[in-house]
Design a protein around this ligand. Structure first.
Ligand SMILES: C[S@@+](CC[C@H](N)C(=O)[O-])C[C@H]1O[C@@H](n2cnc3c(N)ncnc32)[C@H](O)[C@@H]1O
Length: 261
């Protein structure tokens, strides 16, 4: 997969050093923007990273919509947590402030941010198998300034690793994390979830594997949590108990704490 980094066409001289620095850090080729259109530049690379003044966009051949980091849904959820202390994912995962959590499917980072808001004394690791998506989201989590202090701090505490979750879980010691969370791509398009639809072209769409669930149960001290569509057969197949139905999805849990097996 050929990935190139360039700048927005406006203010390109000012943005050039940052684009060159990110290209070097991520191991991609820097290509000067000059007066070329995005479509023209995509004739020579599969993925184009465009560094703008306030964000970094990902473009793909044949794909109209760009993908970029934005805390989107997590902003409203953080406001609700501030108001009521409640969030369906925090409830499903039964989180304590010092929990060590692994979000195996980082995606846009929205759930990881909420998990981090709920664990100010803990740790959140976000795994993403698609390297350019992981890079963009990691960069966003490190640089985005939210007007909500707790959101900015939560973003900075997340550790992003470019990793396939099955490979990562296999390497972890038994009982070394508290909660393991999976949110694989739904196969049906969810109309209300624009961020996820933009992510779709830049995401790994594979289904949850036997090996991943087996090792997640070994690595988690407390719970393995899965988010999926309400009618997904995956819950029953792997023994997740469905617990909290939302408009577009439902959470399922496997309790791994002592005495639960
Ligand atoms: C539905 S999105 C997750 C959305 C995320 N929960 C959020 O709040 O933004 C699923 C993400 O998991 C990633 N993914 C899928 N399979 C993976 C794997 N085996 N290892 C790591 N990441 C994976 C996809 O590339 C995609 O970015």
């Amino acid at each position: 997969m050929e990935v190139a980094v360039t700048t927005a066409s406006k203010r390109r001289e000012i943005l050039q050093p940052k684009a060159m620095e990110l290209a070097k850090e991520w191991g991609y080729t820097y290509v000067p923007r000059e007066r070329h259109s995005i479509d023209k530049m995509l004739e020579d690379s599969d993925i184009l990273v465009v560094v703008k003044a306030t964000r970094v966009d990902l473009f793909k051949k044949g794909q109209k919509e760009a993908f970029y980091f934005h805390p989107s849904g997590s902003h409203l959820r953080a406001l609700e947590i501030r108001r009521s202390g409640r969030d369906p994912l925090i409830k499903a995962a039964n989180i304590s402030p010092d929990d060590k959590i692994v979000d195996c499917t980082l995606g846009l980072g929205s759930d990881a941010i909420i998990l981090s808001v709920a664990t100010p004394k803990g740790q959140v690791i976000g795994l993403e198998s698609v390297p350019y998506t992981a890079n963009i989201v990691k960069h966003g989590l490190q640089t985005y300034e939210s007007e909500l202090d707790e959101l900015t701090q939560a973003m900075r505490r997340i550790t992003v690793q470019t990793y396939d979750y099955t490979e990562w879980l296999i390497e972890q010691p038994t009982n070394s994390q508290d909660i393991i969370y999976f949110d694989p791509m739904f196969h049906e398009q969810v109309a209300s979830s624009n961020g996820i639809n933009a992510l779709r072209a830049f995401a790994n769409g594979e289904a949850l594997s036997e090996a991943a669930v087996l090792h997640a149960k070994r690595v988690a001290r407390k719970r393995v949590v899965l988010k999926d569509s309400y009618h997904s057969p995956v819950f029953d197949h792997f023994g997740f108990e469905k617990i909290d139905r939302q408009a577009s999805h439902i959470y399922g849990v496997i309790d791994c704490s002592e005495g639960s097996l």
